[in-house]
Ligand binder design. Sequence first.
Ligand code: SAH
Length: 222
Amino acid sequence: MNRRSHPQVQGIGMTSRRTRARMVERLRKEGITDETVLAALGTVPRHLFVEEALASRAYDDDALPIGFSQTISQPYVVALMIQTLRAGRELGKVLEVGTGCGYQAAVLARVATEVYSVERIAPLLAKARANLRGLRLSNLRLKHGDGNLGLAEAAPFDAIILAAATPELPQALLQQLAPGGRMILPFGSSAQVLRLVERTRAGFSETTLDAVRFVPMLMGVE
Ligand code: SAH
């Protein structure tokens, strides 16, 4: 990361670093044990991904508004989803559906070899690009599109992570999972749970995890 290239990054100083360290300690207490994930969350400056007026709350364990009726995901849920996907192993090529402000994409780029992230709202994707510019994550590619269709041009993926809830598993995403690949998603509509889907030799196996609350996955692009 080139701090000088990004005026906002330059201004963060010790305070944010300390606040991030406190956030990491909190995540540890809440049961996040994967040191690689904790280190990534300790590095990504979350306050750069929220509106300036909300920056003081950037390291609270809350989802915050990012415009267009969307939210930045809660740090605990970001950590839990990535920890579950990794299961202690290296993450190769990852697809994220729902870039939003780009925060989780930045965390993913710190723990995976290659990351693709798809967002359906063009102006939100533009915002994400601006937020991410100063971080210089050369292994992260953002695309405008409907994530229900996955990203055929870059498939297959070792892992897929959905940042919006769906009551059905999108077939295209299942097809774009590599053998042995894992997908994690908020599953359901009004009541949601995290679900882990693994592509096995025999087909797909599913595990249900914590209850969560995400914005719904929508169809098409805007
Ligand atoms: N990953 C973000 C969370 C964004 S909220 C973070 O780090 O905070 C979920 C995002 O999913 C929203 O930006 C929403 O527009 C997007 N989304 C919903 N349905 C989608 C779809 N079909 N394809 C791509 N993005 C979608």
